[in-house]
Design a protein around this ligand. Structure first.
Ligand SMILES: [Zn+2]
Length: 218
């Protein structure tokens, strides 16, 4: 049985052949955030879905190849209507990737977007809105932040928000830290478990500390 099917270069599909939900799992929106290369292998060999499907989408391919965060512009700020983008953004390498990723977000009910930080000691946190706070608490994060879709439009979160869909951005700590992979894995499993997509119970190893609502701070 084929576990993972590549439906185009840099995008794979994990399918239970049962309807609902469809989840877009994105990584490398920023090309230097390689904390969870191992996650792909883990998904290929260990995940079996009970229901729904997962699109695994690798983000800024050109930036990955050059080991930089971005080539021309920040890919996570251009998920907007074309009319709202600058000429530089529309002509950027990232614009093509945005269009490629957008197709899958339009097909999805939920988005999990995984990031890591270049800064040693960055907190482990999730960005989501209130309806996903309970899910985010089970992802093993220290903090939960909200309000970014309105304050910083153009991310994958903003794109889902504009369609009245749900998402979680998971910041898994330092790029090079081995625990970053484990956090990404727990995060993915927790999200899938929330939607009854996994056949086993999930245990969590971290406690969240606080919900930090940025919109209330400014
Ligand atoms: Zn990032």
């Amino acid at each position: 049985m084929k576990v993972v099917e590549y439906i185009e270069l840099w995008v794979f599909l994990l399918d239970s052949w049962k309807p609902w939900p469809t989840i877009s799992l994105i990584w490398w929106i920023h090309g230097n955030e390689k904390c969870w290369i191992e996650l792909l292998e883990y998904i290929k060999w260990n995940l079996k879905l009970l229901t729904g499907k997962v699109y695994g989408i690798m983000g800024n391919i050109d930036a990955i190849e050059n080991n930089v965060r971005q080539c021309d512009v920040n890919l996570n700020r251009i998920f907007k209507d074309r009319a709202l983008l600058t000429t530089k953004e529309k002509e950027s390498i990232e614009f093509r990737h945005m269009q490629r990723i957008r197709k899958y977000l339009l097909l999805s009910d939920v988005c999990l977007d995984i990031h890591s930080s270049p800064i040693f000691g960055s907190p482990v946190f999730a960005i989501c809105e209130e309806e996903m706070f309970n899910v985010a608490k089970s992802l093993g994060v220290e903090y939960i932040c909200s309000g970014f879709a309105e304050i910083e439009p153009g991310g994958t979160d903003y794109f889902m928000y504009m369609q009245s869909k749900v998402w979680i951005c998971l910041e898994c700590w330092f790029h090079g830290d081995a625990n970053a992979f484990r956090r990404a894995r727990y995060g993915l499993e927790a999200l899938l478990a929330h939607y009854n997509m996994l056949e086993r119970e999930i245990f969590y190893h971290y406690q969240y500390r606080n919900i930090w609502e940025r919109k209330k701070l400014i």
